[in-house]
Structure formats: C-alpha cells, structure tokens
Design a protein around this ligand. Structure first.
Ligand code: ATP
Ligand code: MG
Length: 264
C-alpha cells in the first residue's frame, strides 16, 4: 500500500489535550496507592515503553503520570484513533491499516510523531516524556534517533513489558474502552462501576475495532516480527530493560523502581 500523505499537524488534537486524556485514563484504575504521593525526577526521563498489544502500556503510562506529574506522554495509537474519530484524511487512510492489524507506514508515523515532539517543545534537556506505541519498527527508531540527536537528546530508558501472550489474549476479550477519553476497562479485574458505562461520563463503553480475535492475532504477530530489531537497536545503546509480570499491578512497582533508581 502506498504511504499515507501526512495531513499536517494542524488537524491533530493538541498535545495538551492528549496528555489530559492520558492522565484521565488513570481515574478508573483499581490501584489507588500510586496516586497518594507524587514524586519528581532530578534528571529528565525520555522513556519508551515496548510491549505487545494489550500488555498494558497505556495503563502503565497512566500510573506513571499520576505518580510523576512532570512527565508528559504521547501514545501513537491514541493519536491515530483521534484522527480516525475526527474523520481527517490521515485518519481515513490510517484506519485501513489499523483495522487489519497492520502498521501505518513508517514515513507517516515518523513525521506525525516527530512533528508533535517538536511542536510541544519537548526536545530539550529538561523535559521528561514517555512514548507508547512509537517507535514500533527499527526504521522508526533510527529516524526518531536522528531527530532527537539534532536536539542533543536521546531516548534514555526503554522498558519492555514482558507479559505472557496467552494471558494477553484473555485480557483483550475482556477489554472495553471509553472512546472519547481512551479510558481502558477490563471486565474481569478493572470493571466499570456500572456495567458497560464509563465511570466518569456514564457514556457507553465500546470494543476497539481491532480487538477482535482475528485482528488481534495479526497485531501480536506484527509486534513479534518487529521486536527483535527494535530491541537490538536499544540494547546497543545500553538503555534496554525488561520488566516481566502478568498483571499491571505486578509490573507497575518494578517500572517505578527502575525509574526512581535511574532518574531521581
Ligand atoms: P495496545 O493499545 O493494546 O497496547 P497496540 O500497541 O497494538 O495495542 P496501539 O498502539 O493503540 O495498539 O496501535 C493501534 C494500531 O495503530 C496499530 O495496530 C497500528 O495499526 C497503528 N499504529 C500505532 N502506532 C504505530 C506506529 N508507531 N507505526 C505504525 N502503526 C502504528
Ligand atoms: Mg495502547
């Protein structure tokens, strides 16, 4: 398929809006202990979370933002889904790839995300941020690295969330989301207060179109295909770590400890 035309960042919801949405996702988390005391970092964190679809990257990000208010976050999947919801040209073209469990072309993703990083003025040595879902191929990692290098910054922590893929498949069947906020629910271990309704707005929850068994398997396969190259790239840079566990409650404390050890 041909690469998508980049529709320009004007059509992209502002980063502040994205951040608010991601912070808002935390409000339905079952683990309230993490919001009890916020912490600060002494060194800027530029984190990439790697993990299979459904491994909990969004959940971990929300918890990090609640604990470390100075961290900003960007999720490529959330940005793409906003584009789809807005009906932009980019959204229309991206949805073909998303609905099939394939990847949006590298050139599109690189300009979409690096434009956002530049516009948000995050490319300096005092802003902490975390990326979820980008880079997702070795080519995207190389291209991002070139952009970051020009600003004298680089990804300084990559954490692979290692979750048993059999566990993930069960989890996805039970995953429902609130489309407008991207709040994530799991009917088994993080259910909404009222069945199938968002806790904050009361609006109906929906399934992601790409969370069907067939498309999800394709997404997992795509992730596994790309993982080796991505990990090799960041291992070479000495920033790669792995945190294993089959629930977000097991993974989160390990992730937080790693960040505190290196950046506070
Ligand atoms: P989950 O949100 O459950 O962790 P995921 O990581 O597969 O799963 P998203 O990151 O939300 O899901 O991405 C959804 C879809 O958006 C992907 O399947 C892909 O089609 C597209 N996409 C997101 N980020 C990228 C990227 N960096 N490069 C190419 N395509 C992307
Ligand atoms: Mg996600």
């Amino acid at each position: 398929m041909r690469p998508l035309a980049h529709s320009g960042t004007r059509a992209i919801p502002s980063i502040r809006h994205q951040i608010t949405r991601i912070r808002g996702q935390f409000s339905n988390s079952s683990n309230s202990s993490t919001i009890s005391s916020s912490m600060s970092l002494t060194r800027p964190l530029r984190l990439l979370l790697l993990g299979a679809p459904g491994s909990g990257k969004g959940t971990q990000t929300s918890r990090l933002l609640a604990k470390f208010p100075s961290i900003h976050a960007l999720s490529s999947g959330d940005i793409l889904r906003s584009q789809v919801a807005l009906g932009t040209q980019l959204g229309k073209e991206a949805s073909q790839y998303i609905n099939n469990g394939g990847l949006v072309p590298d050139t599109t993703m690189v300009s979409l995300i690096t434009d956002q990083l530049k516009q948000s003025q995050w490319l300096n040595n005092h802003t902490s941020w975390t990326l979820d879902g980008f880079p997702r191929t070795a080519q995207q990692a190389v291209a991002l690295d070139e952009v970051l290098d020009k600003s004298g910054v680089g990804i300084n922590l990559v954490v692979e969330l290692d979750v048993d893929q059999k566990v993930i498949l069960d989890r996805i069947e039970a995953r429902w989301i609130h489309a407008a906020s991207n709040r994530i629910y799991n009917l088994d271990y993080n259910p909404p207060k009222v069945p199938f309704k968002d806790d904050v707005t009361g609006e109906p929850l929906v399934k992601r179109k790409d969370d069907t068994a067939e498309v999800f398997q394709k997404r997992l396969d795509t992730y596994n295909d790309q993982l080796r190259g991505l990990k090799a790239f960041y291992k070479e840079k000495g920033v790669l770590h792995t945190v294993a566990g089959n629930t977000s409650d097991i993974i989160y404390p390990k992730l937080e400890e790693l960040i505190l050890e290196k950046f506070s």
